[in-house]
Design a protein around this ligand. Structure first.
Ligand code: ADP
Ligand code: MG
Length: 698
């Protein structure tokens, strides 16, 4: 992002091997770090800084503190331990008195660097021993050599084999000052003031050579905000483009329509559902496409809100699509809609990959002719062949199961449908503001009333026998149970992992031979899946053994127990989704996570978090912390370049400021015609033009 302008010459565009103090070996190391030209070196920023170690007189020494001091070498001692480790000890008398022993391991060459009587500067972390002060592997330099400035923060750069910090720092010190002079400012003065950031040349100096750590922090602020501003400007440009060029069907929730739809939904809505519906109604009554995320924990009632949006669309004579991640869920949605819409004129169609050719052609034709109002389906809906007669709304259920780019595929020329995305995995605000192309967000926090309580247990395979007895007691009371196994079939090379087929056999021959069991997994033909699920819904099956295909969405109110085998193999969000299958009606729910034999229950943070917390939003945050933001939902899916400076999880305030400022910029200059903005605009297009299809805006 921070490429200098094309005017830049000389040092910035010089190949690394021609920079001062860089020989061919060093150049090769630098190239391994991705540095080909001077500019790449300039924008290789420190990962962090080593705290300064200020000059300290020996009467001020404190255990564990990083200090520098000057002293005289009084003794050298060298030793090789039994296992061949070389130890060099250098005894130094600091100027203020006392004694410090400097120790190095396996650096025999160092011995030549020190002579008794020499005065040296040493920098490192102090450690007290019984008699003495010690410093392990300190940095040293002859007094007055200026080799390092001990009271400044030392930059820590990314390294590669053979290249050490002091060498890289030396290259930086020699090459950067001249280059920095050549760099042009990207942000106009007024924007810098608004963001409260320093100029680019000062920021470059301070990020590489800070005198105080605060200078480095201010420099980081400048580059983070620049990076986020470029991102937000790109998103704002995209939004502008969308709003200027895209027309969407206006679906107005008139009083009459609103009342009629609420009547169909059949529940008194929760406060959060009402708010979400209002927000969606407002969005859909504009001729600009809605782009909204509806997030809410498992069982919070997102489907009802989605149904409202669909019916609002149909009432305005447009077609609506609901895309679900699995065939099972798509069928369930279709059944519910058909039930809610019995005795109405709304026609519901189902389109999944499992349909026979003939059925599929038929439904496709009905969609194209406009004989179907609501289309429920799976990814099969993304087929390029599918034509709608007047598509007004696309809803994607359980968005985290799809790629983000996929949903863009349903956007066509002509009228653009409104978009609503449902997710039970909350998306951090910053991610929603960025990776998802500037989504608006509605959140459902409260659960519908009348929810029974739920208990979660952890157990091991040894305890399963008594757990099955508990499950049996629930079944005796008329309830139903899920048993979840991570894989479909047993595998020959690793039979320690539970399989649905294996567990089904074991349970139906053992503890539940007198019960009706069902088996569900992704490899069954669609009609079998449908039959098994129907039987479970209607109560003919007592215990459903399944893979995680039931993870999302399945809604069977009479099911009260779920047993999750080898639970440590599943992610927190997934476990929570599975647990969301039970206690959906008035009966108390019981979930049991069974740890695999390799799992140390006490140490497994994920399983511990799972039993101790029942809030999907909190769990999602813990999950992020436990996994790190690496595979954060959506970021890589969205196909945007990774952030270099900013941290999407932590820099929330920066992101919000950048978003505000980007909108201000576009508001006062919608065509970005101001010459002062030209560098910023070209940087934005260079970085995001392709991934966000910005065309030649600005
Ligand atoms: P999710 O957000 O996980 O998709 P669902 O939409 O499946 O949740 O809702 C879970 C259950 O709660 C369903 O059985 C649904 O009928 C019920 N429900 C939703 N909203 C309400 C409400 N306002 N009052 C009572 N029950 C509701
Ligand atoms: Mg749902």
């Amino acid at each position: 992002m921070m490429n200098p302008s094309p005017r830049a010459t000389k040092q910035l565009s010089t190949p690394v091997d021609q920079l001062p103090g860089v020989d061919s070996q060093r150049a090769q190391q630098l190239r391994r770090l991705g540095i080909a030209r001077g500019a790449d070196l300039l924008f290789l920023f420190p990962r962090s800084y080593q705290q300064p170690a200020p000059m300290t007189s020996s009467d001020q020494f404190v255990d564990q503190r990083r200090v520098s001091f000057v002293g005289e070498i009084v003794e050298l001692a060298e030793k090789v331990t039994q296992n061949g480790k070389h130890i060099l000890g250098v005894q130094v008398q600091p100027e203020g008195g006392g004694c410090v022993r400097l120790l190095w391991f396996n650096q025999p060459f160092r011995k030549k660097m020190y002579n008794v009587g020499d005065r040296i500067l040493a920098t490192g972390q102090l450690k007290t021993t019984a008699l003495n002060w010690e410093m392990i592997q300190p940095q040293t330099a002859p007094v007055g050599s200026n080799e390092f400035v001990a009271d400044r923060p030392l930059p820590i750069y990314p390294l590669t084999e053979g290249l050490k910090q002091p060498a890289l720092r030396a290259v930086m010190r020699q090459s950067l000052p001249a280059m920095i002079e050549e760099v042009d400012e990207v942000l106009p003065e007024s924007i810098r003031q608004r963001l409260e950031v320093i100029g680019i040349q000062q920021a470059l100096r301070d990020i590489h050579f800070p005198v105080h750590i605060q200078q480095a922090v201010a420099a980081q602020r400048r580059f983070k905000l620049q990076e986020l501003l470029v991102l937000q400007l790109a998103l704002a440009m995209q939004r502008n483009q969308r709003e200027r060029t895209m027309q969407s069907p206006v679906c107005e929730p008139s009083g009459k329509i609103h009342a009629r739809i609420l009547n169909r939904l059949g529940h008194t809505l929760t406060v959060d559902q009402v708010t979400a519906i209002e927000q969606i109604g407002k969005d859909m009554s504009r001729s600009v496409p809605m782009n909204r995320l509806l997030q809410g924990d498992v069982g919070s009632g997102k489907t009802l809100v989605a149904q409202y949006a669909m019916l609002l669309c149909v009432a305005n004579e447009y077609q609506a699509v609901l895309m679900a991640p699995t065939e099972v869920l798509a069928r369930q949605h279709a059944t519910n809609l058909q039930r809610n819409l019995a005795h109405s004129r709304v026609r519901v169609g189902l389109l999944t990959g499992g349909l026979a050719r003939k059925e599929r052609t038929q439904i496709e034709k009905q969609i194209a002719d406009g004989q179907v109002d609501l289309v429920v389906g799976t990814q099969a809906l993304l087929s390029d062949k599918l034509q709608f007669s007047r598509l007004g709304l696309v809803i994607v259920d359980e968005q985290h199961k799809f790629g983000v780019m996929q949903r863009a595929r349903m956007r066509r020329d002509g009228l653009q449908p409104h978009y609503l995305i449902l997710s039970a995995t909350p998306i951090p605000r910053t991610i929603a503001m960025s990776a998802f192309g500037d989504l608006d967000v509605s959140t459902i926090r409260t659960k519908p009333p009348g929810r029974a309580s739920q208990h979660t247990y952890l157990c091991t395979y040894d305890q399963l026998e008594s757990w099955w007895q508990f499950v049996e007691r629930q079944v005796v009371q008329g309830r139903q149970a899920y048993v979840i196994a991570p894989r479909v079939a047993e595998s020959t090379d690793d039979d320690t992992i539970a399989s649905a087929i294996g567990i089904y056999r074991m349970l139906s021959e053992g503890p539940f031979q007198h019960r009706t069991l069902g088996l569900l997994h992704g490899r069954l033909p669609p009609e079998d899946k449908e039959r098994v699920l129907d039987q479970f819904v209607s109560g003919q099956i007592d215990i459903l053994v399944s893979t995680t295909v039931v993870e999302v969405g399945i809604d069977v109110a009479n099911a009260t127990v779920i047993t999750i085998l080898d639970a440590d193999r599943l992610g927190l969000a997934q476990l929570h989704q599975l647990r969301g299958r039970i206690a959906r009606g008035g009966h108390t729910g019981y979930a049991c996570a069974v740890a695999s034999s390799q799992c140390q229950l006490q140490d497994n943070q994920r399983l511990q978090a799972f039993v101790n917390c029942n809030d999907g939003f909190e769990l999602a945050e813990m999950d992020l912390r436990l996994r790190g933001p690496g595979d954060l939902l959506g970021v890589s899916q969205a196909g945007l370049p990774a952030m270099r400076m900013a941290n999407l999880l932590e820099d929330v305030e920066f992101m919000e400021l950048a978003r505000e400022v980007s909108r201000e910029i576009l508001q006062s200059d919608p065509d970005l015609a101001d010459a002062q903005l030209s560098r910023l605009v070209s940087q934005t297009l260079r970085r995001y033009g392709k991934s966000l299809q910005l065309g030649d805006v600005g």
